[in-house]
Ligand binder design. Structure first.
Ligand code: ATP
Length: 239
């Protein structure tokens, strides 16, 4: 099944009371791709990630590497190969980068999680090798984002969900993050990227899906999305 997608979403729907936060969303994550998920505030991006992670009750199907995750608990999804970061990064400020990342190992305790040499590979890929022994409190915002990504990678995920990794980064830090994410893609990890920084999204994504009012508004390459009138209207609020 060399061509099988890393993840398949079909008719994923999340209802909060009367609000349909995610409405019948379906798309695939091709293996080894960076797939962007964009849309205006409140469009349902984080809620879709919550549905994939098992934090939000959903209907429809979420398939990961041939397994259906629908209805399973979060820890089972993590065991099946799901990793995730969050908008709000929580690091142990007094602990080193290496110690902060090792916390991610407990997610797959006893299941062939990464060892010391693999941790070093993660640090090399993400450009964190020289701060490995620095306290988290000494890091820049960009490095903090990368530590949270490294922690998710310590669970050896097949699919990594990133929720606004460029949040709080300036332009040069965002460019650096983009380079690290491309390096990460080259290691074979499949990435779903929720991000408001359009420069980052357009420069690193292989495919982009646009959510608006919980529904898929458009899907395509960065070039196709940039030239899509309906997408531009959704962002400008003139539709
Ligand atoms: P942003 O870009 O601002 O982070 P988003 O695209 O991630 O927005 P969501 O946070 O997923 O959007 O919100 C989608 C919709 O679902 C919004 O209308 C929001 O108010 C609603 N919503 C999200 N979480 C809950 C919840 N726990 N209970 C009720 N409604 C919720």
């Amino acid at each position: 099944d060399g061509g099988a997608p890393a993840m398949s979403l079909s008719e994923v729907t999340v209802r909060y009371g009367g609000v349909v936060a995610v409405d019948g969303v379906g798309f695939d994550l091709p293996r080894g791709a960076i797939v962007g998920l964009i849309g205006p505030n409140g469009a349902g991006k984080t809620t879709l990630m919550d549905a994939i992670s098992g934090f939000a009750p959903s209907t429809g199907t979420v398939g990961l590497a041939g397994t259906t995750l629908t209805g399973t608990k979060t820890y089972r999804r993590v065991r099946a190969g799901l990793g995730r970061t969050f908008q709000a990064i929580e690091l142990y400020e007094d602990l080193s980068v290496a110690e902060n990342v090792s916390v991610g190992l407990s997610a797959r305790a006893g299941e062939g999680h990464v060892g010391e040499s693999e941790l070093d590979e993660i640090f090399d890929t993400l450009g964190l090798a020289e701060v490995k022994y620095s306290a988290a409190s000494q890091l820049s915002q960009g490095q903090r984002q990368l530590v949270s990504i490294a922690r998710a990678l310590a669970g050896k995920p097949k699919v990594l969900l990133l929720d606004e990794p460029a949040g709080g980064l300036d332009t040069s830090e965002s460019l650096w993050l983009g380079e690290r994410l491309k390096a990460l893609r080259s290691t074979g990890v499949t990435i779903l990227l929720v991000e408001h920084d359009m420069g980052l999204v357009m420069s690193i994504c292989d495919q982009i899906h646009v959510l608006d009012f919980g529904k898929l508004l458009a899907s395509g390459t960065p070039e196709e999305i940039l030239s899509n009138t309906a997408v531009m209207q959704a962002y400008l609020g003139t539709s």
